[in-house]
Ligand binder design. Sequence first.
Ligand code: CTP
Ligand code: MG
Length: 193
Amino acid sequence: MDILISIGMAFLWAFWIMIPAYIPNPAAALIGGGTPVDFGKCAKDGRRILGDGKTWRGLIGGILVGVIFGLVQMVLVDYFQWDFLPKHTIITICALATGALLGDMIKSYYKRRLGKERGAKWPIADMYDMVVGSLVLMVFALLVTGNIGWFAENFDSVWFLLGTFAAILILSPLLHRGTNIIGYLLGLKDVPW
Ligand code: CTP
Ligand code: MG
């Protein structure tokens, strides 16, 4: 029984921690458009650097919406004293939201180098770009600001930390796929991935 509760908690924590990283991509799909981040320029291989799927409006708007969700999470945990949830900080939410879309852009860069068109499928990369980008930037931001103790303050054991990480790896592709299918059904996305 205890193990089931621990697994459930790991998934709850994974979800709560990753909300500021999960939001920017669908938000960018909703509000994106206009000037592309690469300003329409091509790389040496003659293909676009990033492509028309990466726009300034999507990038900045997506990060802002992700940060706003994170701020709401911080207020909720504080106000209702939800001690069973991890505590986001300005650093974690900003790094997660920014890292998610940076990871997405880095993926697009390599997608274009491989000759894949905008919106083409690239299974593993499409699923984990945002996870890798957001978590790497979060750890980096916590390190350089001297706040790496955030992990010790929020996780009472290494096992629970590893379990939460595993839950993030399982949950992320499921949510990614789920939101993309919803976006496709609502006519917001051209393809269901
Ligand atoms: N979007 C945006 N700016 C971003 C990221 C996304 O405007 N920085 C918008 C674009 O309209 C994009 C949509 O969100 O088409 C879906 O994002 P995504 O699936 O990441 O882009 P793709 O169009 O699939 O392009 P790519 O092949 O480069 O991944
Ligand atoms: Mg895509």
